[in-house]
Design a protein around this ligand. Sequence first.
Ligand SMILES: Cc1ncc(COP(=O)(O)O)c(C=O)c1O
Length: 411
Amino acid sequence: MTITAADIAAMDAADPLAKFRDEFVIRDGLIYLDGNSLGVLPKRTIARMNTTINEEWAQGLITSWVGADWVNAPTRIGDKIARLLGAEPGEIIAGESTSINIFKALTAALSLQEGRKVLLTETGNFPTDNYMMQGLARFSGGSLECREVAPEDVLDALDEDVAVLLLTQVHYKTSRIRDMAEVTAKAHAKGVLTVWDLSHSSGAIEVDLNGAEADFAVGCGYKFLNGGPGAPGFLFAAKRHHDAQPVLSGWFGHAAPFDFDGEFKPASGIDRFQCGTPPVLGLAALEEGVDIMLEADMAKVRAKSVQLTELFVTLMEERCGEFGFEFICPRDPAQRGSQVAFAHPHAYEMMQALKARDVVGDFRAPNIMRFGVTPLYLAFADIAEAVERLRAICVNAEWDREEYRTKAAVT
Ligand SMILES: Cc1ncc(COP(=O)(O)O)c(C=O)c1O
């Protein structure tokens, strides 16, 4: 059955999230399928940054730490993110990069796992997760072992030596969703604590951290949460783990930072996972992105995401079936996050040619074209048009040009 223009128009007419598109700055003609890498700019963020810079910083200066409540931004925004992820107030702190939060979460978990030496993860994960783990093992001078096994071997590798299992819930290339509750239960059965990387989950799929009995989690603010380039990430620690020892024991994690005590005494709650002075400008931008996400019902976001990715896959089969694209994500939408990806021998050049036609996705080495699907600002018609433009560059081999072969620093 062929999908018609009337079908697409009907999908857009029935879309309960269509009104959100107007919240974002999206230039005419652009089809942006990279919100899983960097989300677009919310219009309200412009006003917020103006206030934060011109009033709170320029006029209020240091008084704004209290007067504009800068000091509580990490927990205030953390509590908002908690509402998106099935966590309680006081379980999430916003701030730092995801990489740093991975380090904090791993070391916090280790502090609760005396006698266990192994850090377990899967190969092919987003590299920073594995790099942070490898660095920690090296820093331990041999007392910790970093064990990386094939994705299908992770559950079998859980044993009494493993202290912590680090996994990404939605895989950055294949979009495969791990069952957080099932994997966590299997880890717990062997006494293993879990750290979940939710970079491609937060704002993209429904997450229930406490329902899954997750121990620790981290995630990015600049992807589906639309927090801006290099936005602070977040760290979740389940309340039962709030006696974990922070290794990055900076003064903002102290019970009373302004006592300027000579000895580190960790704060009692999630604050102990803070380290240095919070990045106020980044947090202000992140808060606006999170607020918009909270206004949209996550169940509706997920439902539209599934419809959008299904449409993408179906149209790729119908309109680009003869050009050799291999769909590398799960075919079952329940197992797939909010992105689709296709392997192709000329993926890099094709992505450049597509960008020249104002469709922005990204390339992931060695041969993957990845398209993020963001229900708050994409219409069904955008997906149809993106597939048409891809077809156009394939039909006349428009991608096969010298200028599309040079690799950029960021892909
Ligand atoms: C799964 C995952 N973890 C972590 C990161 C990035 O971490 P950081 O914000 O520290 O660069 C990404 C970035 O794309 C990612 O996909």
